[in-house]
Design a protein. Structure first.
Length: 124
């Protein structure tokens, strides 16, 4: 019988937790966790999920698509039908869009946040 587990938090290593939290807050509209500080910042979703960012000395961003510094994980966000609008806003906020895009651009796109973490936008 499988365990019944619910995700409570996803935490990403980064060099500057407040800056990455601010980027993700603008991108997602999530609320800043009240116990955020210079070494750990978090964003809270209504269902209780925490998206956390923890300071790591000598942080090295993942490389894409190479594996010299593996991506380790990526997060996918659904954005409705307006991928172009979502892309424009994320680039304005400081995201990058790698040249290598493995999916049909009409249904999914790969980006990196300001700390270099990969994430995807998908049409829902």
């Amino acid at each position: 019988m499988p365990l019944r587990m619910k995700s409570d938090a996803i935490t990403l290593d980064c060099p500057d937790p407040p800056a990455l939290a601010a980027f993700c807050q603008e991108a997602t509209g999530l609320e800043l966790h009240p116990e955020s500080d210079a070494d750990f910042a978090g964003l809270s979703r209504e269902d209780g999920l925490l998206l956390g960012f923890q300071r790591v000395d000598d942080y090295r961003a993942p490389s894409w698509p190479g594996q010299a510094d593996p991506q380790q994980l990526h997060i996918c966000f659904s954005v409705g039908d307006d991928l172009d609008g979502a892309e424009a806003r994320l680039l304005e906020l400081g995201a990058d869009k790698p040249e290598f895009q493995p999916h049909d651009k009409a249904r999914a796109r790969v980006f990196t946040d300001p700390a270099g973490h990969l994430f995807c936008l998908v049409r829902s």
